[in-house]
Write a protein that binds this ligand. Structure first.
Ligand code: S3P
Length: 439
């Protein structure tokens, strides 16, 4: 396979109106819930990225008839909670942690055996966080001795509910257990240490499945109910928008509108953090679309200051730190992040990989065990960036070029297609001097 490299010339500003692709978390869940519902679910705004296509293909491999995606439209002919068929061969989750962790909850409750595999990056990521609590529910899952994929999931197990306090703030683990809970006898109750994205809870309710909220951080489901098909309009992904929010903030002369962005309060940490740094972000035309809040965002360039990032915002901005580190590199003074060790378990070790790219750009970036300290400064150029198969690393350094002193070359950048197909064209249209080469 040829490698895709991004080459960025320095400078530029971001202007005009853009719409980034659909939300990745909601797109995954639309396929999962639509497949397990009875009736036909119509999805619009679906993210046609490789991660969500891995989820879609897995359900097709288990006998679900799915039409599309066609310009973001997907029609799912749900088979009901007990209608999946045994797949022939392993299910390939590609680069997608969300697919693997949520699917393991669903598959633990099936009558048939299954195997989940992933690419080199996904095969290194921790899966014990889901296999251990699933085992407490009665599931039988064999991982590697390191607790990683492939996951061999035994079917025909009787699951029972558990009360589980999540050891880390993870929407993937919470969602995995709630999905397994649909197949369990009795009540599955999950308590999170801090609020994380709540798309699973919202979608359970949207598909008519009873979910009990016990206080702000505990969610409970009982097995034995049904999901009923519905319509889902997927908003644009705030995580994909974040690259442009930072780009427009740091590039003098920028004035950009990002349309129809999902602003679910469990996802808006990036807006809060950027505003604390002095960013000029306005929410326009706030509305609710299909159970999720949405707005157009107007972002104008503004001088940023370094801050100490409040720890309670970390889970609410968990995917946006790579690009927030670029904002910190362009800010006046020091930015300090703590309480973010989860960043080391993403598609790459995002603390180390970002520091490894910022330092050659001339920025003082010092990783710590659970975060990083970045002193803003003048960005250099003529550097080569290694993405470590991580889409968000590639897109973050692309935005850094807006303030760089020379060319930035980003290697292995093809992984942006996992979450953001069309990134290069959209970014170029908005004013980024980017071109993709195959090397
Ligand atoms: C996601 C949850 C987050 C996030 C990931 C998507 C989800 O992971 O990083 O991109 O859709 O539930 P964790 O739950 O592991 O923090």
């Amino acid at each position: 396979m040829s490698e895709t490299r991004f080459v960025l010339s320095p400078g530029g500003a971001l202007t005009g109106r853009i719409r980034v692709p659909g939300d990745k978390s909601i797109s995954h869940r639309s396929i999962m819930f639509g497949s397990l519902a009875s009736g036909v679910t119509e999805v619009t705004g679906f993210l046609e990225g490789e991660d969500c296509l891995a989820t879609l293909n897995a359900f097709r491999a288990m006998g679900v008839r799915i039409e599309g995606p066609d310009d973001g439209r997907v029609t799912i002919h749900g088979v009901g909670l007990h209608g999946l068929a045994a797949p022939v061969g392993p299910l390939d989750m590609g680069n997608s942690g969300t697919s693997m962790r949520l699917m393991s909850g669903i598959l633990a409750g099936q009558a048939f055996d299954s195997v989940l595999v992933g690419d080199a990056s996904l095969s290194k990521r921790p899966m014990k966080r889901v296999t251990a609590p699933l085992a407490l529910m009665g599931a039988e899952i064999v991982a590697t001795p390191a607790g990683t994929a492939p996951l061999h999931i035994r079917g025909g197990r009787r699951l029972h509910g558990i009360d589980y306090a999540l050891p880390m703030a993870s929407a993937q683990v919470k969602s995995c257990l709630l999905l397994a809970g649909l197949y369990a006898e009795g009540t599955t109750r999950v308590t999170e240490p801090a609020p994380t994205r709540d798309h699973t809870e919202r979608m359970l309710e949207g598909f008519g499945y009873p979910l009990r909220r016990e206080g702000a951080r505990t969610f409970a489901v009982e097995g034995g109910h049904a999901l009923t098909a519905t319509r889902i309009d997927v908003p644009a992904d705030i995580s994909s928008s974040a690259f442009f929010m930072v780009g427009a903030s740091i590039a003098p002369g920028s004035d950009l509108i990002i349309e129809h962005v999902g602003i679910n309060p469990t996802r808006t940490g990036v807006i809060d953090i950027l505003r604390l740094m002095g960013a000029d972000i306005t929410l326009l035309d706030e509305r609710v679309v299909g159970g999720e809040p949405v707005a157009d965002l107007r972002v104008r360039a503004a001088p940023l200051q370094g801050i100490r990032i409040p720890e309670e915002l970390v889970p609410l901005a968990i995917d946006e730190f790579p690009v927030l580190f670029v904002a910190a590199a362009c800010a006046e003074g020091e930015t300090v992040l703590t309480g973010a060790e989860e960043l080391r378990a993403k598609e790459s070790d995002r603390i180390q990989v970002m520091a490894d790219g910022l330092v050659p750009l001339g920025i003082d970036a010092r990783p710590t065990a659970d975060g990083i300290v970045i002193r803003g400064g003048r960005l250099g150029g003529d550097v080569d960036i290694a993405t470590h198969h991580d889409h968000r690393i590639a897109m973050s350094f692309a935005m850094a070029a807006l303030r760089a002193g020379g060319e930035i070359r980003i290697h292995d950048a093809g992984f942006v297609a996992t979450s953001f197909p069309g990134f290069v064209e959209l970014a170029r249209g908005a004013g980024l001097a980017i071109r993709a080469e195959s090397a």
